[in-house]
Ligand binder design. Structure first.
Ligand SMILES: Nc1ncnc2c1ncn2[C@@H]1O[C@H](COP(=O)(O)OP(=O)(O)O)[C@@H](O)[C@H]1O
Ligand SMILES: [Mg+2]
Length: 282
C-alpha cells in the first residue's frame, strides 16, 4: 500500500509519439495521495494521451510511469487488471453501456472480480446512486432516458463503484450546460473531500481547474510538456471571480498566449487576444 502523502502517480520524463508525431517530450508529473491536480492545456496538447499513458493503455517511448509505485508496463495484462479497481475513470461522454440500466452499469465493476450476491450489488448501487444525487428510481432507467447531467452523475457513480484511490477525469463536464456543470463540480468536490481520493482532472476550462484543483499544471504543445505550475492555497469553495483567482486566470492566459505565439508564430496574428480563451479551449 502507498502511504498518505506519498506519490501515487509518478510520470518520469516520458516521451510519447505516434509515428513521427511527437506528442510529449520529457514530460514529468507527480500526484500525491489525496491530491487533486488540474491538467490544463489547449486542444491537441496530448492531455488525453497522457491519461491513457498513466492508465497503462499506451506505453511511453521513453521514461517511466508508476502508479501506486508499480510500473504497469512491466506487469502481465492479467496482473494489471487486478489493480484496475484502484482507479476510477470518467470521460466527457460518460460512456455508459446503453443496453444496461443505471444500476446495472454501476454494477459492472462489481461483476469483474468480485463474487457478490445480487442483493448486495443492488444495495451498493443504490448507495452510489444516492451519493451522486440521483433519485433512487434512476437505477431502473436506461441511458437513453437520462439527461446529460443525469448520465454524467450515473457515470460518476460507476467510476466510484469500487471506492477508487484515484479518479482520472478527462473533460468530465465539458459537454454539460453551465449550471449543470457547476452542480457537478460541487458534487465532485464533496466526494473527493469526503473520501480523500486523489484526482487527475484534465480540462481546457481554466476556471474548472481553479475551482477544483490543489495544483494546476499547464501543458503546452509542439511537443507537449509542462510550461507552468501553480499550487492553490485558498480554501474552498473558491470564487472564480474573486481577486486571487482572477489574477491567476490572467497569469495562466498570458502564459498560454506567449507559448502559442512562440510555438506557432503566424497563428497569433490571426487570433485577436480577446479570442484566446475560446481559442485555448477550441
Ligand atoms: N491513437 C492515435 N493515433 C495517432 N495519433 C493520435 C492518437 N491519439 C491521439 N493522437 C494525436 O495526439 C495528439 C494529442 O491528442 P489528445 O491527447 O487527444 O489531445 P488533447 O486531449 O490534449 O486534446 C493529437 O494530435 C492527436 O491527433
Ligand atoms: Mg482530450
Amino acid at each position: 500500500m502507498v502511504k498518505k502523502g506519498e506519490p501515487i502517480i509518478e510520470v518520469e520524463g516520458i516521451d510519447t509519439r505516434f509515428g513521427d508525431h511527437v506528442i510529449h517530450e520529457n514530460l514529468s508529473l507527480t500526484v500525491k495521495r489525496g491530491e487533486v491536480i488540474g491538467i490544463v492545456g489547449g486542444s491537441g496538447t496530448g492531455k488525453s494521451v497522457l491519461l491513457r499513458t498513466i492508465l497503462g493503455l499506451k506505453k511511453p517511448d521513453a521514461g517511466r510511469v508508476r502508479v501506486f509505485g508499480i510500473d504497469f508496463s512491466t506487469l502481465p495484462e492479467e496482473e494489471r487488471r487486478l489493480h484496475e479497481q484502484r482507479w476510477g475513470v470518467l470521460f466527457q461522454d460518460g460512456a455508459l453501456f446503453s443496453a444496461l440500466t443505471v444500476a446495472e452499469n454501476i454494477q459492472v465493476p462489481y461483476r469483474e472480480h468480485l463474487n457478490l450476491s445480487q442483493e448486495l450489488m443492488d444495495e451498493l448501487a443504490a448507495m452510489k446512486i444516492a451519493m451522486v444525487g440521483l433519485r433512487d428510481t434512476a437505477g431502473d432507467l436506461y441511458p437513453s432516458e437520462l439527461s446529460g447531467g443525469m448520465a454524467q452523475r450515473a457515470a460518476l457513480a460507476r467510476s466510484l463503484a469500487r471506492q477508487p484511490e484515484i479518479l482520472l477525469l478527462d473533460e468530465p463536464f465539458s459537454a454539460l450546460d453551465e449550471i449543470t456543470r457547476g452542480d457537478m463540480q460541487a458534487l465532485l468536490q464533496t466526494i473527493i473531500a469526503r473520501h480523500g481520493t486523489a484526482a487527475v482532472l484534465v480540462t481546457h476550462d481554466i476556471d474548472e481547474a481553479m475551482i477544483l484543483a490543489d495544483r494546476i499544471v499547464l501543458i503546452g504543445d509542439s511537443p507537449g510538456r509542462q510550461i507552468g505550475e501553480w499550487t492553490l492555497e485558498s480554501l474552498r469553495p473558491r470564487d472564480p471571480l474573486g481577486p486571487e483567482l482572477s489574477a491567476l486566470r490572467i497569469e495562466i492566459m498570458k502564459l498560454l498566449r506567449a507559448h502559442r505565439r512562440a510555438s506557432a508564430p503566424g497563428a497569433s496574428d490571426a487570433a485577436p487576444a480577446e479570442r484566446l480563451p475560446a481559442d485555448a479551449a477550441a
